[in-house]
Ligand binder design. Sequence first.
Ligand SMILES: [Zn+2]
Length: 306
Amino acid sequence: MARRRGLALVGKHAGPQVSRTKSRGRDAFQILLTGQDRRGLLTSILNTLRHLHKEYPGIKVYEIVPCPCPECRVKEKEEVHYFELENLFHRLSKGRQKIECDKSLEEVDLLEMLGDMLVFQHLKVGEQVVLEDAYKRREPRTVKIFLASSEELKAERERIEIEINRMNKDLQRESIFLELLNWEGGRVAETSSRSQDNYNRGVEACDIFVLLFYSKVGRYTLEEYEIAKKRYAENQKPAIWIFQKDIDLPKDQTREDAESRFDFLEKLEQAEQFPTCFKNEDGLWLELQKKLRAWMKEERQGFVLT
Ligand SMILES: [Zn+2]
């Protein structure tokens, strides 16, 4: 290998610092990086190595990644099956979504495996894979969730609030904050300075609109739903998720309440918006969490939830 001057690639922020060094008497490079974003760091290391290897066209490089199947995950390093990275990219771009582990013969999902490991600009089945080319610190991002429900679903609302707070602690590392706008029937207008108008502006700005209903759907809730629906028709935002508490209706349900519920169900059917049913707070959070995680995965590759 021709002798070269040491080089340093210093990124704008916490980019990798590369220096020439010796390891066991051989030329080596040291790549220094700091940060907590595991995938971002790994992507940056990969890019730096690729950049360095460009200077040595004679050297053939294999980039291999360990198989994440349940069997390989618990094996010793040398026992694990390795995939060639470029081959995974190739398969994905040719429309393959799965690959078989040579050891366990289990199928591994390519999108999941790659998405968990590296940061991509573009990662879709049947399309060219594009790796994020620079290590960037993620901009802090607030995801606004508007939660509309009637008073009778107080326990459910409280549970969501607790769980979202819990989730926020994990998301801190990723500079993501879930902001919950909690609205309960007609009560907020009395107890807070916010008027219905202000709250509706919340619907205007939210990323995700969540509506819970059970035995009735109040006027305000309906208003909020209509605004969210209108916004969605115009610009595919916000995501609209409807949850229906599907247990026996209260014995004292008034005729008015029963009608509001039927009317709403009819509206949903017309809009082909099918509610997700739940029986209790546990069931509700399970479903909501599932949607939230899927949404984040879809919305931005940078969302990684552990
Ligand atoms: Zn495996």
